[in-house]
Design a protein around this ligand. Structure first.
Ligand code: SF4
Length: 108
């Protein structure tokens, strides 16, 4: 009886450890799936206008050369993706080539 308790406790610990280890992967997968469904942010959006968002950074006025959503700290798209979620515009996807005044360099 005591051995059964130890075995089930060990199994429970394995499940907890495995679940904890896999949780970030599940979260990443869910965010990626949600990003695929999110509508693209348009320049007509009031918040986009306020933050001077443009889908093409080369057309932005005041953008630091080379800055774009893909290398912004707030961009959450997968590397190489054409678009992805942005923490500044929840529920919307921004173009990887886009830019807005909230741009902040992604740490290396
Ligand atoms: S905060 Fe960064 S990722 Fe979001 S729209 Fe502005 S430049 Fe792009």
């Amino acid at each position: 009886m005591k051995a059964d308790f130890r075995t089930s406790r060990r199994q429970l610990l394995k499940v907890v450890v495995l679940g904890t280890a896999l949780a970030p992967l599940v979260d990443l997968g869910m965010r990626t799936a949600m990003a695929a469904d999110a509508p693209l942010l348009t320049e007509d959006d009031p918040t986009a206008k306020a933050l001077k968002y443009v889908p093409d950074a080369s057309k932005a006025t005041g953008a630091k050369p080379g800055s774009k959503c893909a290398n912004c700290n707030f961009f959450q798209g997968a590397p190489g993706a054409n678009a992805g979620p942005c923490q500044i515009f929840p529920g919307k996807a921004v173009k990887a080539a886009g830019w807005c005044v909230s741009w902040a360099a992604k740490p290396n």
